[in-house]
Design a protein around this ligand. Structure first.
Ligand code: MD3
Ligand code: FE
Length: 214
């Protein structure tokens, strides 16, 4: 397959694998509600740069909402029902978040999706996410639903071994990626975000990833 450089029309779908696809512009109708909810989340659980078990500070700033939140520190990666910085539960997942995740999963062929974690990633120009697998969830089949907002990013969609060749997929404001089943354990990452200004999010890209953890 070739890299996917051209911008794709709103309402169309790009198949990445047997159970992975991009729903172009799927989140656009609910962006105002999502931005209000993100503002609310960051007031009670501020974005922070986590430290990896190897001692490096991640360039992506993260927070969470929902019953479980993804955390990393010198002891390892885990899902925690509490924000380690405050000792309090993560803010709840809003109805708008839950409905959008369920609608996108349904459109991608995964009916009845009820996530129990939502990781919120914040990128600024230069921020990247190195190639990795999402393997801290007990459920390795349920889909992950990823919502891109703000600055354009180039997503790397890999295979099942770190060294496999990767497909480059541009992700625009409002795009949703859903991947589950046989595609769930693919390596993936995000290239350093390029300079730019988005009309709603300014110099930021925000990515929501909904997961079923327990
Ligand atoms: C994986 N976040 O938080 S999600 C993560 O844009 C993470 O912030 C990225 O990877 C981000 O763990 C990417 C988007 C995504 C899309 C398609 C995939 C991840 C995928 C297909 C297979 C495996
Ligand atoms: Fe990931």
């Amino acid at each position: 397959m070739q890299d996917l450089f051209a911008a794709q029309a709103i309402g169309t779908r790009t198949e990445l694998g047997p159970q992975a696809c991009v729903l172009h512009g799927f989140a656009l109708p609910v962006v105002p509600a999502l931005l209000a909810d993100i503002e609310h989340i960051q007031q009670s659980a501020p974005f922070r740069q986590l430290v990896t078990p190897g001692g490096r500070s991640m360039s992506v700033a993260m927070t969470n909402c929902g019953p479980f939140g993804w955390c990393s520190d010198r002891r390892g990666y885990r899902y925690d029902p509490r924000d380690p910085d405050s000792g309090r539960a993560w803010p709840p997942m809003s109805t708008a978040f839950l409905q959008l995740a369920a609608d996108a999963a349904d459109a991608a062929g995964f009916p009845g999706y009820v996530p129990d974690a939502c990781l919120v990633n914040r990128y600024t120009p230069g921020t990247r996410l190195t190639l990795h697998q999402d393997r801290d969830e007990d459920d390795r089949v349920a889909p992950i639903v990823s919502v891109s907002l703000g600055l354009l990013a180039t997503f790397l969609f890999g295979g099942f071994a770190r060294g496999d060749k990767t497909l480059r997929v541009p992700l625009a404001h409002g795009d949703i990626v859903v991947w589950g089943g046989v595609d769930r354990m693919r390596f993936h990452g995000v290239l350093p975000v390029k300079d730019g200004t988005h009309e709603l999010l300014g110099t930021r890209r925000i990515n929501l990833t909904f997961r079923k953890v327990k």
